[in-house]
Design a protein around this ligand. Sequence first.
Ligand code: AQP
Length: 332
Amino acid sequence: MKPRIFSGMQPTGELHIGNYLGALRNWAKIQYDYDPIFCIVDQHAITAPHDPQLLPERCEQVAALYLAAGLDPDHSAVFVQSQVSEHVELAWIFTCTVPFGWLSRMTQFKAKTLQAGGNQDSIGTGLFLYPVLMAADILLYQARFVPVGDDQSQHMELTRNIAQRFNNHYGDTFVVPEAKMPVVGARIMGLDDPTKKMSKSAASPTHSISLLDPPGRVRKVLGRAVTDSQAGVNWEAPGNGVANLLTIFQAFSEWTDERMEAHFAGMRYGDLKKQVAEMVSSKLEPIQLRYAELMDCRDYLRGVLRSSAERVKPVAEETVRAAKQRTGLYFL
Ligand code: AQP
């Protein structure tokens, strides 16, 4: 049997090129080497303010993007988290297992708290517990590998710690998973501020490029991308902004370092930005065409989500049954 992989994304907005290069493209590339399960984690999306009218539509948009980016629904399970209730059931068991201090040290919680104004009275407890639910998502399916971007390193370490802690307390129950990250593109930075990772929820219109952006907008946003005051590309020591543009180009093109250097060393920033824009748009075009087709076939899309949820449910049930028995919860 092939080892299982699990990963997911939040339907919190339009997926951007960071989500694609850090995770989604990798999923499509490696899916046939594994037993793959991919989730749209809507229960994570409600940890932040959201529009309840819009959330189901966003789930279907993300599902369409997963398939448009190359996930094969005949091989990969693609489903919505809230359709499989065992995610939250296991998350509660883990909530009672994980020390408070572990969660207090999560940097993403601190960053998102600051983003929300730093006032703890305006932040849902779900945001604090989010990494526990993420651990449950992964461990529920006994996944061996988790293909994610670099920003998830700390959450992955916590997931491993939770699995080991549970196994030590109650006996071997969970596979301890490993993160799987791409060599290039594991952390794409914001185009308006290359010291911060590109994020769906950032407010600035020049921060990110969505997978659905038309070429004109891609050109405009990249044209305004923050660089530095050097005359052209300093290949040996590029500033953060230029390094990010080079990474985006290299990740999309899959050129070698040697070819990148020969082509870009010394290039003026205006030309660099134009070439990155052309490369990005040429790779997004087929995804956008397929996305539009899929969004016109809602019954098909919903069929994929429904049948995938049915496919993964027995695995989730078996894991939760084992976890409940081990923790001493009552069952007949
Ligand atoms: N900037 C990035 N570079 C590379 N990979 C990234 N990922 C996210 N940002 C980058 C990867 O995308 C997957 C989906 O993550 P998510 O939807 O669960 O949420 P996130 O990591 O919190 O992503 P965002 O875009 O920043 O969303 P918001 O603003 O809603 O929090 C993960 O595999 C992640 O590593």
